[in-house]
Design a protein around this ligand. Structure first.
Ligand code: C5P
Length: 402
């Protein structure tokens, strides 16, 4: 699912029967993380009430251009500036004609003229009206000016006709909108991420490991792919599905993980180490199952290689991001780790107080880099992942060369 975390979407609704679908569209946009403000034309209010849209969007619905109260709260120019994107769905033939003519005779057309944000229209009208040369010309003119067209779909219409003119389904519109934003953040960057635990074999049936679920790393891989990165996920043993458009390399032990990471180095711009790598492994794994005998047994352990530090100290060093789970002095310990491991960025977790953790779906963190920080309060791992990707995308060109 594409993401719209913290994106400001002005949803314009005009007066057609498909206006009822705008309620679902608000939900679809919000589920992807968008903040939505609704503008309705007078015609739209004949089909669906502003109250419904207000309740769903969580904001007052903007209706009139010349409304003192609304202008005092957030004026039309302010709204035009607030928007990262203006989406008109459904867009009637009349609205499209007014937009093409450059009219500013109501709040929505005025806003479309005033905004510098991308304007998208999802037409919805009778198939005859859609095919009319006037509409065809208006659409052509809008597209020529950079307005994007979403739909219309083909099929049965409210009037009983069959043909082109149905509004594109809300879910598909929300995906189109999300695709528009996320595609370019890390477009074409090659990103490698480690995730999950490692298992260090004691014998053919036993191992030392930890409770890492891999959820954070998988969420980052998903957010990276959504942002256009060519993403490779090196995963220890976890029971999670591979995100779409992500290449997965499965490994078991820390040594396997290091080898897999090094094999990717030639094709890696950004390396993120979210794996909970076992710090030690048995000196040697027994070839046969160890039989119980005496009351005590000793296992000799040896330090595992530090994967992220090894990658960050290489000659062809990618932009390298690590994680630090701490129980006290979180930021100072994390900053020390940033330096010691030669990282460009580190994500610090307070595992003593935060409700987030190994198996949780939530996490809170402070993202640190030399001279900067971004504090993320307790949120879903999905959202934290998107924020991390945005933070990396903003910092990546500033990364020092190897
Ligand atoms: O030193 P510490 O284990 O606290 O560091 C955590 C960071 O280092 C994480 O990014 C983790 O993925 C990485 N790490 C590693 N290889 C290890 C141990 C930790 O890549 N052997």
């Amino acid at each position: 699912m594409g993401q719209l975390f913290n994106r400001h979407v002005v949803l314009g609704i005009t007066g057609g029967i498909a206006a009822y679908k705008a309620a679902l569209l608000v939900r679809e946009l919000q589920e992807r993380g968008a903040k939505v403000r609704v503008v309705m034309t007078r015609g739209a209010t004949e089909f669906i009430t502003p109250l419904t849209l207000q309740a769903l969007s969580g904001n007052p619905v903007h209706q009139e251009l010349l409304d003192n109260e609304a202008e005092a709260a957030m004026g039309h120019i302010e709204l035009a500036r607030w928007a990262d994107l203006v989406l008109v769905a459904p867009a009637t033939a009349d609205f499209i004609a007014r937009l093409a003519a450059g009219r500013a005779d109501d709040l929505l057309t005025t806003l479309c003229l005033a905004t510098s944000a991308q304007v998208l229209v999802a037409p919805a009208m009778n198939q005859g009206m859609w095919k009319d040369p006037a509409t065809t010309d208006n659409i052509a003119m809008l597209e020529q000016r950079g307005t994007r067209l979403l739909g219309p779909a083909h099929g049965t219409q409210a009037c009983g006709d069959i043909g082109p003119g149905r509004m594109r389904e809300p879910q598909l519109i929300a995906e189109d909108v999300a695709g528009l934003f996320s595609r370019d953040l890390l477009d074409g960057r090659r990103l490698v991420i480690t995730a999950g635990p490692t298992r260090e074999a004691l014998d053919p049936v036993r191992y030392i490991s930890n409770h890492s679920s891999g959820k954070m790393g998988f969420a980052i891989a998903r957010a990276a792919a959504d942002a256009g990165a060519i993403t490779t996920l090196i995963s220890g043993p976890v029971s999670l599905a591979t995100p779409d458009r992500v290449r997965r390399v499965d490994v078991i032990s820390a040594e396997d993980m290091l080898q897999a990471a090094q094999a990717e180095l030639g094709q890696c711009d950004i390396f993120i180490a979210s794996a909970a790598v076992a710090d030690y492994r048995p000196v040697a794994a027994a070839e046969q199952k160890i039989k119980k005998s005496s009351e005590h047994m000793q296992i000799e352990l040896v330090r595992n290689p530090d994967i992220v530090a090894t990658i960050a100290s290489g000659a062809e060093r990618p932009f390298t991001v690590g994680f630090a789970a701490e129980t006290q002095n979180v930021e100072s310990y994390a900053l020390a780790k940033l330096q010691k491991k030669n990282l460009d960025m580190i994500v610090a977790n307070d595992v003593a107080t935060s409700e987030g953790g190994f198996n949780s779906d939530n996490n809170a963190a402070v993202i640190l880099w030399p001279g900067g920080r971004n504090e993320v309060e307790l949120t879903s791992k999905e959202q934290l992942a998107r924020i991390l990707i945005e933070t990396i995308a903003a910092r990546y060109p500033a990364a020092p060369a190897a």
